[in-house]
Design a protein around this ligand. Structure first.
Ligand SMILES: N[C@@H](CCC(=O)N[C@@H](CS)C(=O)NCC(=O)O)C(=O)O
Length: 365
């Protein structure tokens, strides 16, 4: 077995153990020790950018069961906010947003799939945490959606706060931050509760609907998505409390900095495009006649007769033109997929920084 395969096998084995015991703090500590050893050889990890270019296809790990973020629509196509960031990376690297193979992944299988190179990139409503960054062989790029954990209950239940849920059973997905935060919140406050955990969403939803659990906890965006899908959304209430910070965004493997840079600057570019007023409908005009040097740099064209800047990411200098024309700027993608779920940007962390939010691109220069 060569060095690279040993690396992949080692990470896979360690992450399998992590996935199985992700809810046990003691076991996590043991697994983290094993991963420590593996991390020492990670410096030899392969370049995903070269692999994607050679394959002429991007393999993106996604959700296929979360309307708004990643779902298979009635035409059998993947659609959603996360899906559009997969498309954007393909447009930037390969010039074509359709050159994506979507790999649907459960919450507990996602990190292993990335480490084992079954996918190039993971964009599956995944929360950036210190232990995931440190121990699971991956790197978070940019937060695309600032979320927080909530609890949904039936309107008829009478529950109106976490404190009112003494003795309740709460449904939650395995291998998620939300499973861990749930325990922090209830146990931390001395509120007895019973977690009912599931590997996938459908049996969890059935349990909630059948009354086998009193509450359903996950990211508030996820609850908005699932609530909107109920026949009578008003029969369900999401409690006002936000239990945690859940910054969601794309992640790549550790020590894969060329590819990491591409993903990071594609996302930043979409944010900057919105800030600069560049959209899918006007990008061609803006590229032909950029309003200022900053816009010229973002679009990879010269300003006032000058030469275009070269970002040296190993991809075409006009990559953001491809991204914006084929997928759109950050705001267009948000409005297409998340605004219909009632996830309004105004006054939220997901507004542009110029409007009081946290959506902010470092300078393109
Ligand atoms: N952001 C959290 C939760 C991710 C998660 O799995 N969320 C749920 C609901 S928002 C989900 O994706 N469900 C769809 C499914 O598993 O089929 C994490 O990274 O652990």
């Amino acid at each position: 077995m060569n060095f690279r395969n040993k690396y992949i096998l080692g990470v896979t084995l360690a992450l399998s153990v992590f996935a199985i015991f992700a809810c046990s703090t003691e076991t996590e500590v043991e697994v983290i020790k094993e991963v420590e050893v593996i991390k020492e050889v990670m410096v030899d990890a392969p370049s995903t950018l070269a692999t994607v270019l050679e394959r002429d296809l991007l393999k993106c790990g996604v959700n296929d069961n979360l309307t708004g973020f990643g779902v298979v629509n009635s035409d059998g196509e993947f659609a959603g906010f996360d899906i559009d960031f997969c498309k954007a990376v393909a447009a930037a690297i390969l010039g074509d947003s359709s050159k994506v193979e979507y790999v649907p992944l459960t919450a507990s299988a996602r990190f292993e799939a990335l480490a084992a190179e079954e996918i190039d990139l993971l964009i599956r409503n995944t929360t950036w945490t210190s232990s995931r960054d440190r121990d699971l062989g991956n790197d978070f790029t940019v937060t695309t959606f600032y979320d927080g954990q909530g609890i949904m209950v039936k309107a008829s239940s009478g529950y109106d706060s976490v404190e009112s849920m003494t003795g309740a059973t709460v449904c939650v997905l395995q291998g998620t931050t939300t499973e861990l935060n749930l325990d922090d919140r209830f146990t931390g406050a001395g509120i007895p509760y019973t977690p009912l955990t599931f590997e996938t969403n459908d049996p969890l939803q059935a349990a909630y609907e059948e009354g086998r659990c009193d509450g359903w906890t996950t990211d508030k965006s996820g609850l908005a998505s699932k609530r909107a899908g109920f026949e009578n959304p008003d029969d369900h209430v999401v409690l006002a409390e936000t239990l945690s910070k859940e910054p969601l965004g794309p992640l790549t493997r550790d020590n894969d900095s060329e590819f990491y840079d591409v993903v990071q600057w594609v996302v930043f570019g979409m944010m900057q495009a919105e800030e600069s007023g560049i959209s899918s409908t006007n990008v061609a005009d803006m590229a032909a006649s950029p309003a200022d040097p900053g816009m010229a740099r973002l679009l990879g064209v010269g300003f006032d007769g000058g030469e275009p800047s070269d970002f040296s990411f190993g991809i075409p200098v006009d990559f953001m033109q491809k991204v914006i024309s084929q997928v759109g700027n950050y705001g267009e993608v948000y409005d297409k997929h998340l605004t219909p779920l009632g996830l309004t940007r105004d006054g939220s962390l997901n507004a542009l920084w110029t409007e009081g939010g946290l959506i902010y691109s470092p300078p393109f220069r």
